[in-house]
Design a protein around this ligand. Structure first.
Ligand code: ADP
Length: 180
């Protein structure tokens, strides 16, 4: 099962997968970070389609076409803004469940569309300030749970923007191996 998960350092917008996930904001009208990069690479038709969607709630996900991207689809999800302390202690916080719902709802859409391969950015870990290892553990847990129940999804890529971010995912994956 774990061979269906890969971590790599790279640019999400360049990934040759069926769907990439956008860490969007609730307007779905574009922003900075990975959202801006996706809109630049996809072209103005993406914004035109997003305008028809009437935004998106935190934890939810909506799908559009990928236009000029290598990916055929973009799944837009809105991660939570981290409001906890910067230490990110282990006590459960509402942001944890909201972030988990982002992953679940994106993965759910792969069942409703012809999507066998999907690439995720580290949702909420940029300007939304979610602690990175904490977010990676949630991402890995949700993807593993989904893959255990769904055989149609062939590959889940976690695309990290830097080597340190990649190491964090590696750590989260190894931790979840030990826990099983
Ligand atoms: P959020 O608002 O959800 O925090 P950001 O776009 O600010 O979203 O950051 C989410 C993550 O995406 C960060 O870890 C950031 O380094 C990363 N990122 C930014 N651009 C790209 C890109 N082109 N490909 C992959 N990851 C990216």
């Amino acid at each position: 099962m774990s061979d269906r998960i890969e971590v790599l350092r790279g640019d999400l917008t360049q990934q040759n997968v069926d769907a990439i996930v956008n860490a969007a904001n609730s307007s779905l009208l574009g922003g900075g970070g990975v959202d801006g990069a996706i809109h630049r690479a996809a072209g103005p038709q993406l914004l035109a389609e997003c305008r028809q969607l009437n935004g998106c709630e935190t934890g939810e996900a909506k799908i559009t076409q990928g236009y000029n991207l290598p990916a055929k689809w973009v799944i837009h999800t809105v991660g939570p803004v981290w409001r906890g302390s910067s230490l990110g202690r282990d006590d459960p916080r509402p942001e944890d469940e909201l972030l988990a719902r982002c992953y679940r709802n994106c993965l759910q859409l792969t069942q409703e569309y012809p999507i066998a391969t999907i690439a995720f950015p580290a949702i909420s870990t940029g300007v939304y300030r979610f602690p990175k290892l904490r977010a990676a553990k949630i991402a890995v847990r949700e993807v593993r749970q989904f893959l255990a129940r769904n055989s149609a999804l062939e590959l889940v890529l976690f695309v990290c923007f830097s080597d340190p971010d990649r190491s964090i995912y590696q750590q989260a994956l190894e931790g979840s191996h030990r826990a099983r």
